[in-house]
Write a protein that binds this ligand. Structure first.
Ligand code: MG
Ligand code: MG
Length: 258
């Protein structure tokens, strides 16, 4: 069942979303060659703590997971697509890092992710990251009253496929509200004009996950969480929490850095 949010609730979700945005900005600024993923998790924890926010990631245990998630961010490096578990790994020059973060404030959730290169970038990685951002922007632009879920999916998928990338399609976007994961699912590929009609008050986490090598496959690490490309190629993930309003899509997790 899809819960429509009131304008007041959307404002409250914006507050939660801003905490997520600040956490991602802080992590991005802290990330550098030699910095560990656990140190980045600590940076995000501090932002949430200062805001009085709770982490919906910490202790999260969906049906596929063997253990509760131990951190407030997912940190996915290079061929890790999503759900990377922060550990003592120290970032190296040229690593492609995807950071996903959530926050719950006053009972409302926000969820957002960003990918970027640490140190000296490879041209191919910059293109992959730029395409993920462009796919996200296309999905958000399609998140308007009168469209359907399939229009968002089609917009995202078209950008990814045109650039020659694979799409990690078993996981995708989702409704969000008092819980981080709500109905409806928001696939990253689909047919336009199909699926649930978009209405004022729907809030969605839109999140393309691109595979640089062009295949769609993934495998799960022995940790039961980290999902990696099967072809060893690098991956990128971009996500925003977006409210659908009569005035157009409203990005609730927008960051100051852009
Ligand atoms: Mg997320
Ligand atoms: Mg999400």
């Amino acid at each position: 069942m899809v819960e429509l949010k009131t304008d007041t609730s959307i404002d409250a979700m914006h507050e939660a979303g801003q905490v997520v945005g600040r956490a991602l900005t802080a992590v991005r600024h802290a990330a550098g060659v030699g910095v560990s993923l656990l140190e980045l998790d600590a940076v995000a924890r501090e932002v949430l703590r200062e805001a009085g926010a709770r982490s919906p990631f910490l202790g999260y245990r969906p049906s596929f997971a063997p253990t509760p998630f131990p951190a407030v961010i997912c940190a996915s490096v290079n061929d890790a697509i999503v759900h990377g578990v922060p550990d003592g790994y120290r970032l190296r020059d040229g690593d492609l890092l995807s950071v996903d973060c959530g926050a719950e404030l006053d009972g409302w959730a926000g969820d957002s992710a960003v990918s970027f290169v640490v140190g000296t970038p490879r041209t191919a990685d910059l293109r992959l990251v730029e395409t993920a951002e462009r796919a996200l922007a296309a999905g958000i632009a399609a998140a308007v009253v009168g469209n359907r879920i399939g229009d968002i999916a089609h917009a995202i998928g078209s950008v990814c496929r045109a650039a020659g990338y694979g799409i990690m399609d078993d996981f995708g976007g989702h409704g969000i509200g008092r819980r981080m994961h709500e109905d409806p699912p928001v696939p990253n590929e689909g047919r336009p004009g199909r699926g649930m009609p978009l209405r004022h008050g729907m809030v969605l986490a839109i999140e393309p996950m691109l595979i640089g090598g062009g295949t769609d496959g993934y495998r799960t690490d022995p940790d039961g969480w980290t999902l990696r490309t099967t072809d060893g190629s690098r991956a990128a993930h971009a996500e925003h929490t977006v409210a659908i309003t009569r005035a157009g899509p409203r990005i609730l997790t927008a960051r100051q850095e852009g």
